[in-house]
Design a protein around this ligand. Structure first.
Ligand code: 4NP
Length: 158
């Protein structure tokens, strides 16, 4: 059975689709695409069905040469069952995800993305939506760091 990762932010158009696509890129480079599966979701319903934000896509293309694929969807309770690990971009996302765990049995599956960083000390991936280009570039740098740490951990666990 492949290991399933779900990246979660607020809108599912900036941070979490970038995380999903960066992780897929690193997973493919390591030849692990049949063993690790990535998806993303938002805690809100604001942008359901939308493509990734153009500013986020430009940053991903310029910095990493990758395009961002996918359409926004909202996090749903069945995701607790369907995924092995759920990565929240910030503490609000983390709290909003856990508020849907009425049984209280999935807490260990939910973790903060920045806990996997080794080069950056920020504890959250900042919401870039209302800011400028620099915020989107910073999200990419943070996510590469976190995704590398996450991949090392997942790869060493199975
Ligand atoms: P994301 O960014 O959570 O990284 O996808 C945002 C996207 C949309 C909004 C906020 C953050 N919004 O308020 O519509």
């Amino acid at each position: 059975m492949p290991y399933k990762l779900l990246f979660v932010c607020l809108g599912n158009i900036c941070r979490s689709p970038a995380a999903e696509n960066i992780m897929n890129h690193l997973v493919a480079e390591k030849g692990l695409s049949d063993r690790i599966i990535c998806d993303s979701a938002g805690t809100s319903s604001y942008h359901i069905g939308s493509s990734p934000d153009r500013r986020m896509s430009i940053a991903a293309t310029q910095k990493l040469g990758i395009s961002l694929k996918g359409r926004a969807r909202q996090f749903q309770k069945s995701d607790f069952r369907d995924f092995d690990l759920i990565l929240a971009m910030d503490k609000d996302n983390y709290a909003n995800i856990l508020s849907l765990d009425s049984s209280g049995q999935y807490g260990e599956k939910v973790q903060l993305m920045c806990d996997f960083c080794s080069r950056h000390t920020l504890k959250e991936v900042p919401d870039p939506y209302y800011g400028g280009t620099e915020g989107f570039n910073r999200v990419i740098d943070l996510l590469v760091d976190a995704c590398e740490g996450l991949l090392n951990q997942v790869d060493s666990n199975d």
